[in-house]
Structure formats: C-alpha cells, structure tokens
Design a protein around this ligand. Structure first.
Ligand code: OAD
Length: 239
C-alpha cells in the first residue's frame, strides 16, 4: 500500500459528507467482467450491436438474448469485500451518497441504501410504448417481453449509448459532488457524464481519492490514487 493510504483513510473515516462513484472494477472481484480491460465486454461485443436503441429496434430478440446472458452471470455473482465495505461506510458517515455506473444491483445486495444508479438496473424493464417500469422477478423465457399495461415491447431499463440519463439521477449525482471527500472506485473515467465528476468535485473543493488497479484518465485530476484491487483496498480502509 502506498504512502497516501493512511492520510486517505483518515479523511474518509472523518468526513461528514462523503460521495463514492463506482464503475465496473468494483464488481470485478465478484466475477463480473469490466468493459475496457483486455478481456472486457467491449473486447468481445460491439456496443453498437447490443447497447444502442437503434440495435434494439432493429433486432430486439438479439439484444434481449445478450442481456439475458448478462443476467445469468449477474445471478451467480455475490457482493464482494468492496461492496460490503461501502455499505459499512454508509452506516458510519453522516451524509453518504453512492453513485454507480453499474447495473448489476450488487451495491443494494450488499446493503447500500442511498444509491444513484446512473446507468439503470438490469433487474428492471421499461415499456418502449408507455414507459411503465417493471421489476424483473424471473428472467424472461420469451423475448421481447410484452407490457401488461399497453401490450408494447419491454426493454431492459438500462442506459444505452446515445441516450440521455435520467435527469433526476444526474441532478442528484451532481448535488452529491458538494462533499468533503469523493472516492472514485474501479472506473476508467471514459464515459460521460460520470467521467467529469472527479474534476467537478475537485473544483468545488472536495478531496478526491481514486481506487483502481492502475492509473486511469482520472489519475491526473485526483488528489491521491490508491492502487490495488477495490476489495483489498476498501476492506483495509473501512473497519
Ligand atoms: P471500464 O471497463 O471502462 O473500467 C473499469 C475500470 O476498473 C478500469 O479502470 C480497471 O483498471 C478497473 N479495475 C479492474 N479490476 C479492478 C479491481 N479489482 N479493483 C479496482 N479496479 C479495477 O468500466 P466503467 O468505467 O465502469 O456503460 O465503464 C463505464 C461505462 O462504460 C459502463 O457503465 C458501461 C460502459 O460502456 C454503458 O453500458 C452505458
């Protein structure tokens, strides 16, 4: 662990307002692949064919089948020490917000409560026609599923490339950047708007700490980088 570890730990444990932003790296130790690492999801699949509205409207069955594969891999995954440490940290911090780009639901499964799911949640669908949201209790066996309210197609309630994020989520996330300490965990910092959050928080006066296995696009912006696996680093940071 590097020399920044103890001072970062003190700042994190003493902060009255703390915001954490997570990306795919926080779930890597649960066995869920990241996107941009060497064997990541986008090395195997073209995002234009599986993660855009155009792809879905052209071939809803294919896109659904891809997401069902992902659901099956999420189903096998359990929260890891990083998720669990963040849930403990929430309990110990007066004002705590967790912003995640992940759609795997593992933060909630670990017990985190104040969670902003910027990119949606794969365990929920929404109607393409009437926009009604429907939780997924069982993985659909016929796809695309139909909306019980209007009969139109349901889609996964996740954000695809080229789509707007829910403005309620971005407003809540941006408000949470006014924190004493912001910790950015397991994200490459390549996808906006989350990619801009570290710099924005820093400009507003937060002390920004990055936790990642290696340097990222955000390393030049943050005040301190703690390099290591999220589960190892967070388990040591949070008693
Ligand atoms: P990326 O795959 O871009 O980045 C994952 C980051 O996690 C990398 O910086 C890795 O170094 C780091 N990492 C890997 N294993 C780790 C571990 N055990 N501990 C700590 N860090 C680790 O994933 P995101 O930044 O989350 O969006 O990607 C952002 C968005 O791009 C995703 O939400 C998804 C994707 O396209 C949509 O699909 C809309």
């Amino acid at each position: 662990m590097n020399h920044a570890f103890d001072p970062c730990r003190k700042r994190i444990l003493e902060a009255k307002t703390l915001t954490v932003l997570t990306g795919a790296g926080v779930s890597a130790e649960s066995g869920i692949p990241t996107f941009r690492d060497r064997n990541g999801v986008w090395a195997q699949y073209d995002p234009a064919k599986v993660a855009t509205r155009e792809a879905f409207l052209k071939n809803p069955k294919y896109v659904w089948e891809w997401y069902i594969l992902r659901m099956r891999s999420f189903q096998k995954a359990q929260p890891n020490p990083a998720h669990l440490a963040l849930a403990r940290l929430e309990k110990a911090t007066p004002k705590f917000t967790l912003i995640t780009q992940n759609i795997d639901n593992l933060h909630r499964a670990a017990g985190s409560q104040n969670v902003i799911e910027l990119h949606g949640n794969l365990w929920r669908m929404k109607c393409v026609g009437c926009h009604k949201k429907v939780p997924i209790e069982k993985i659909p066996d016929r796809v695309p599923p139909e909306c019980a309210a209007c009969g139109y197609m349901l889609r996964p309630d996740v954000v695809w490339f080229g789509e707007m994020l829910d403005p309620k989520n971005t407003a809540a996330a941006e408000a949470a950047l006014d924190a004493e300490v912001v910790v950015v965990v397991g994200t490459s910092g390549e996808v906006w708007p989350a990619a801009g959050y570290a710099q924005e928080a820093s400009q507003r006066g937060a002390y920004v700490i990055e936790i990642n296995v290696g340097p990222t696009a955000l390393s030049g912006v943050v005040d301190a980088s703690l390099f290591g696996k999220a589960g190892n680093v967070l388990a040591k940071l949070v008693p």
